[in-house]
Structure formats: structure tokens, C-alpha cells
Design a protein around this ligand. Structure first.
Ligand SMILES: Nc1nc2c(ncn2[C@@H]2O[C@H](COP(=O)(O)OP(=O)(O)OP(=O)(O)O)[C@@H](O)[C@H]2O)c(=O)[nH]1
Ligand SMILES: [Mg+2]
Length: 450
């Protein structure tokens, strides 16, 4: 693994009070020292310095500088952090000066990658770092922090230890194959197996909501024309994003926007009203609606409350609902138009106009899309990426393979290879043994400077 000195701007370019430039690698102090006078002589102490180009000597800024000596740094290498003034020119000139002094521009995620390689972070923590930066809702932030705190890593390590114990139980069988009833009974192995299998399956069961938490739940608002879909969409977003008129067929194309509902991330989609139409553009719009409905995590089906069973044909609606694979929450819109006292309604009433029923609807949406996470609080670890899910599926397959092999009378040593394979899957997931291509895939999505 290369440890040559790298440099990057750790903050986004643009008008700002400060910009942070970071350097890491062996020889970093020498490189940085060519540009910074004075160069801090004590680690972890802020020093006021002058930053100049190493060859022209031109003054670029008067920044604050901190140096961290390896291994006590983010990357585990010698690191220098420079707090310069922000804007477009100063940070760019500062980076250019360090490059002229011998540093190389860092690749995306290269600092964190080095932290992983040097054992400062495991792979799950590295991913959590990226998740924390990308978090757009409180639930995402809390989840990322928990994973950064090794919540998921601890759980996986515990699972790994249990698999190794199960393997150790078998060792008796391997050592004393002739004995009918060895010191470890078959029931004991079976019990231990059940415990590990359950834990693996439980963790794997968090994947759908965990992945949804990272990406935002796709919530599609559907229903007949003029049902108040766009009005509800705007009300949930808290801004007038979609056009609303009294003309049925107003919304043609699907409109997508992100929203935080009850602290959870959602991708809201407003769609064209569903009806038979001879109009070409509208028909295309309805086709788009159907595609979104096919991909939805959750559907809100609107019917106007003031029009009896709704503006749509009841059979159409039932056909539509039968064809949806995602959970559907029915709502009656325009509740304010209903007579008071309200007629009894089996479905929740909402009014985009007065806000009535919106809080209840929001809670139901969060419950429907993230019920398991809500129930587990922030304590239970959750898997949030396809990478995690695939590794756990592999581990579970091997654990099942182990039991099947035992049932078929395969000798203990051979059956145990399944347990080994399951342990390897968990090791790769945590990042104990990480093949280069796994590292490359994980860090491909990082930003430069992280
Ligand atoms: N009183 C009242 N009127 C509403 C409410 N929500 C929507 N409307 C009215 O109903 C009409 C249709 O609203 P939209 O939100 O455009 O309905 P839509 O379902 O998006 O309609 P299409 O895009 O044509 O399918 C407009 O005149 C809105 O002002 C509500 O909560 N109360
Ligand atoms: Mg609309």
C-alpha cells in the first residue's frame, strides 16, 4: 500500500470563512514544511503560520496549522491540517503549493482508505463516515453515528465469536470420531447452531429498512385525477412544488422530491391521476405513474372525501390496489369539505388546505416504512448496504449448509468448513481481511478529502 504524501481540500470550494486542507503520508512534514513558516514543532498544537509557494515564495495566506504524528492521526500516518481562509483562490493556491512541494492530489476517499488499511477504522466505520456526511435526516445521522461507534461491528464480532465456538464444539467430534457419545452431545451443537442462525437471520431482516434508510423510502402518491394528490404532496413537503388546479389531469409527469418525515428520509413522488385517457401526453404520464408504483416502497392512495367513494371507478381502484406489491395507505382527502360532524370513515381523513390529519398521516408513513427501526430504537444494529446484506446472506447460507451436511452424516471436519466460510464472510464484511477490489468498491463513492 502506498503511503506517499497526499493533499486535498477537505471542505467544499466556494465562498466561506475557512477552508481546511489536509495532508497525509510519510514525508508529509517535510513537504508541508517547505510551504509553512513556522512549521509547528509540537504535535496537536495550533500554530499560526505563513503559507507561501515553495518555489516562487509568494505569500498565499496566514493559516492556522496542526500536525499529528503517526500513528495518532485520522489516517494513522503523519498528518497536517491547515485552516486557511475560504473562497475559491486561497484554498486552490494552497493545494497547488503543497503539490509543488511534493505532495500528490488525493483520490476520492483516499484518507479514509488509509485509515482502514492502518487499522484506525474498520470498513463498516469507513462506510459510516460517508453515511454521516451524506445524512439528510436525523434518523440517518443517528444510524451513521451508531455504526461509527462500532455498533454493527460489535454485533458482527459477537456473531463471529459464536461461530468459532460452534466450531470448537465440533473439535471434540473431530478428535474422538469413534466415540458414540462424545463429551459434546449432538443436541448441544444443535442448540448453539440455532442461536447463531437466529441472530444472523435477525440482523439480515433489518436490511430492507436499513437500505431504505440510506436511500430514502420511495413514497408514491396515487389516485384518480383531481383527488388532491399534488396538494397532499406539497403539504408533506412543506412547499409548493407541484402545480395544483381544479382541472382534472393537471399533473402529467411524475414529480420527485426528498422530504424528512418524522425524522426519516423519504423520496416523495407525485403522479398523474389514474384514468382511461385518449390524450397522448396524459397516457404517457399514467404509464410513468405505473412504473413508479411498481418500484414504490409505500403508496398513498388518495380519494376525495367529498365525493362518496371517490372520483375513480370503484372497480378500477380495486384492480389497481390488487396489482400493487408495496403496502398501500388509503386516505380521504379534502376533509375540510366534509360536513361537521364528520361521517364515520374507515380510512384516515386529511386536508391539505387546513392541515387536518397530516400529523397522523406522517406518523403512519414513518411507521409503515420504518416500523422495525422505530421499534428497535437506535440501539439495535442495522445493516444499511447491499454489501452488508450480501455478506450476511452468504454467511447464513454457509450456516445452513453446515447443518445440512451434519444431517447427511458428513464427518465433522468437512461440515466445519461451512462454519469457516461463514466466518470469512463476516471478516470481509467488518474489514478484517479486505481484498483490494472490496476496498476499491467501498471508496469509489467517497468525496475527495475524506
Ligand atoms: N378544499 C380543499 N380543496 C383541495 C384540497 N386538496 C386539493 N384541493 C383542491 O382540489 C383540486 C385538485 O387538487 P390537486 O392537488 O391538483 O389534485 P391532483 O390529484 O393532483 O389532480 P391531478 O394532478 O389533476 O390528477 C384543486 O382545486 C385543489 O385546490 C383540500 O384539502 N381541501
Ligand atoms: Mg396533480
Amino acid at each position: 500500500m502506498l503511503s506517499d504524501p497526499i493533499v486535498a481540500l477537505a471542505t467544499p470550494p466556494g465562498r466561506s470563512a475557512l477552508a481546511v486542507i489536509r495532508l497525509s503520508g510519510s514525508g508529509t512534514f517535510t513537504v508541508a514544511g517547505r510551504c509553512l513558516r513556522p512549521f509547528p514543532d509540537t504535535p496537536r498544537t495550533v500554530t499560526r503560520s505563513r503559507l507561501a509557494h515553495p518555489t516562487t515564495g509568494e505569500l498565499i495566506d496566514e493559516p492556522l496549522v496542526v500536525r499529528y504524528a503517526e500513528p495518532r492521526s485520522y489516517t494513522g500516518e503523519d498528518v497536517v491540517e491547515v485552516f486557511a481562509h475560504g473562497g475559491l483562490l486561497v484554498p486552490a493556491d494552497a493545494v497547488a503549493a503543497f503539490v509543488a512541494a511534493g505532495a500528490r492530489l488525493a483520490e476520492a476517499g483516499e484518507f479514509t482508505r488509509r485509515a482502514v488499511v492502518n487499522g484506525k477504522l474498520d470498513l463498516l466505520q469507513a462506510e459510516a463516515t460517508a453515511d454521516l456526511i451524506d445524512a439528510g435526516s436525523p434518523a440517518q445521522r443517528r444510524r451513521a453515528l451508531q455504526q461509527l461507534d462500532r455498533g454493527l461491528s460489535h454485533r458482527l464480532e459477537a456473531l463471529r465469536a459464536e461461530l468459532l465456538e460452534l466450531e470448537a464444539l465440533l473439535a471434540y467430534d473431530i478428535d474422538f470420531p469413534e466415540e458414540d457419545e462424545g463429551p459434546v452431545s449432538a443436541e448441544r451443537v444443535e442448540r448453539a447452531w440455532c442461536v447463531v442462525r437466529d441472530r444472523l437471520a435477525q440482523l439480515l431482516a433489518t436490511a430492507p429498512e436499513g437500505e431504505r434508510l440510506r436511500e430514502g423510502a420511495l413514497l408514491v402518491i396515487a389516485g384518480p385525477p383531481n383527488a388532491g394528490k399534488s396538494s397532499l404532496f406539497n403539504a408533506l413537503l412543506g412547499r409548493e412544488r407541484a402545480i395544483v388546479t381544479e382541472i382534472p389531469g393537471t399533473t402529467r409527469d411524475a414529480i420527485e422530491a426528498t422530504a424528512v418525515i418524522e425524522g426519516f428520509p423519504f423520496r416523495l413522488v407525485d403522479t398523474a391521476g389514474l384514468r382511461e385517457s385518449d390524450e397522448r401526453v396524459e397516457r404517457l404520464g399514467i404509464e410513468v405513474s405505473r412504473r413508479y408504483l411498481g418500484a414504490a416502497d409505500l403508496i398513498v392512495f388518495c380519494e376525495a372525501g367529498d365525493e362518496g367513494r371517490g372520483t375513480g371507478d370503484g372497480d378500477d381502484r380495486d384492480d389497481f390496489l390488487a396489482a400493487c406489491s408495496a403496502p398501500v395507505i388509503m386516505v380521504r382527502t379534502k376533509a375540510d369539505l366534509l360536513p361537521v360532524p364528520r361521517p364515520p370513515s374507515p380510512v384516515p381523513l386529511v386536508s391539505a388546505l387546513t392541515g387536518e390529519g397530516l400529523d397522523t398521516l406522517k406518523r403512519r408513513l414513518a411507521e409503515a416504512a420504518f416500523g422495525r427501526l422505530l421499534a428497535g430504537g437506535d440501539v439495535e444494529p442495522v445493516v444499511t448496504r447491499a454489501r452488508h446484506r450480501l455478506a450476511l446472506e452468504r454467511a447464513l447460507d454457509e450456516v445452513d449448509g453446515f447443518r445440512a451436511a451434519r444431517a447427511q452424516g458428513v464427518e465433522a471436519a468437512a461440515a466445519a468448513t461451512h462454519l469457516r466460510a461463514a466466518v470469512t464472510a463476516l471478516d470481509e464484511l467488518i474489514g478484517v481481511v479486505t481484498p483490494d477490489d472490496v476496498l476499491a468498491r467501498v471508496f469509489a463513492t467517497f468525496c475527495v478529502g475524506k
